[in-house]
Write a protein that binds this ligand. Structure first.
Ligand code: HEM
Length: 250
């Protein structure tokens, strides 16, 4: 059983090579210098998989915590997480050459996926906002009386304006002011700022009395990390795409 090793190393064990001595093969032939180690591919943390998994797990967790379907309110956190954590994050990532799941598709196909996902995100956001508004009417509670409520309203309004600006990029003849590339830059900049606003609204939702009563300790911190993480990755992607283009143009 141990024959081959005892043949290669006659004295029984693996022998130490003297420093500077040439490397030898099994039958004593000189092997020459050791070839450079094959590069170990570093995991791409900007890639779609970790972020999609994070956004998806976050939305599922929120659905479990709010016991989706048990009350009218339970739909609000779920629809909002689906809108801003899942659909909107995917919609932005789909355009990134580094991290797009559809990177083998044409730019045209990726743009189509981008606006379809943004549309789904906006539909969920409008539904989520209408539900919490109606729920407050039913329970005779004041509207937009917290930072979360105020920033949340602003986020949904921003999403509507951002969608309208996207339509003008799809149909450039609709707007004559500014060149198309300037309008694209404005769309990306406002998209990034709005996405960060959405992450802040999600975070403030988790600071609400309802959420912090249901989720405590490490679970709360892990949830709070989700919008922070997606916000950082999206910020990195959008600024890289536009700053790089600007630098290479100048
Ligand atoms: C970006 C995503 C979100 C947006 C845009 C948003 C928007 C809003 C708005 C506008 C209101 C106030 C409605 C009114 O006063 O009539 C509200 C209330 C509320 N939301 Fe959200 N929401 C989001 C995510 C979440 C999440 C993830 C949770 C839970 C984890 C949550 C929990 C609540 C609660 C408990 C209230 C009632 C108390 C309050 O008005 O602050 N929301 N949300």
């Amino acid at each position: 059983m141990g024959g081959s090793s005892s043949r290669a190393f006659p004295e029984g064990g693996r022998q130490k090579r003297r420093p500077g001595a040439p490397r030898e093969g099994i039958n004593g032939a000189e092997l020459g210098p050791r070839p450079p180690a094959a590069p170990h591919p570093a995991p791409d943390i900007r890639g779609p998989q970790p972020l999609i998994t994070t956004a998806f797990t976050f939305t599922i967790y929120i659905a479990c915590v709010s016991q989706l379907g048990a009350s009218l309110f339970s739909w609000h956190p779920v629809l909002m997480s689906l809108a801003f954590s899942f659909f909107m994050t995917e919609a932005i990532l789909v355009l990134s050459p580094d991290s797009s799941l559809l990177r083998s598709f044409s730019r045209k196909a990726r743009v189509r996926a981008h606006w379809a996902l943004q549309l789904l995100s906006t539909l969920c956001a409008i539904l989520g906002l209408s539900i919490i508004y109606y729920n407050k009417v039913v329970h005779e509670k004041p509207h937009f009386s917290t930072w979360h409520g105020l920033l949340g309203l602003l986020t949904v309004l921003w999403a509507l304006v951002q969608n309208a600006s996207g339509v003008t990029l799809l149909y450039p003849k609709l707007v004559q002011r500014w060149t198309l590339s300037t309008r694209k830059l404005y769309h990306a900049t406002s998209g990034l700022l709005g996405y960060l606003l959405a992450c802040t609204s999600l975070f403030l939702g988790m600071c609400s009395l309802w959420f912090s009563a249901h989720v405590t300790g490490a679970s709360w911190y892990i949830c709070a990390l989700c919008p922070l993480l997606t916000g950082l990755v999206v910020m990195n992607q959008v600024s890289n795409a536009y700053l790089y283009r600007k630098r290479s143009q100048s």
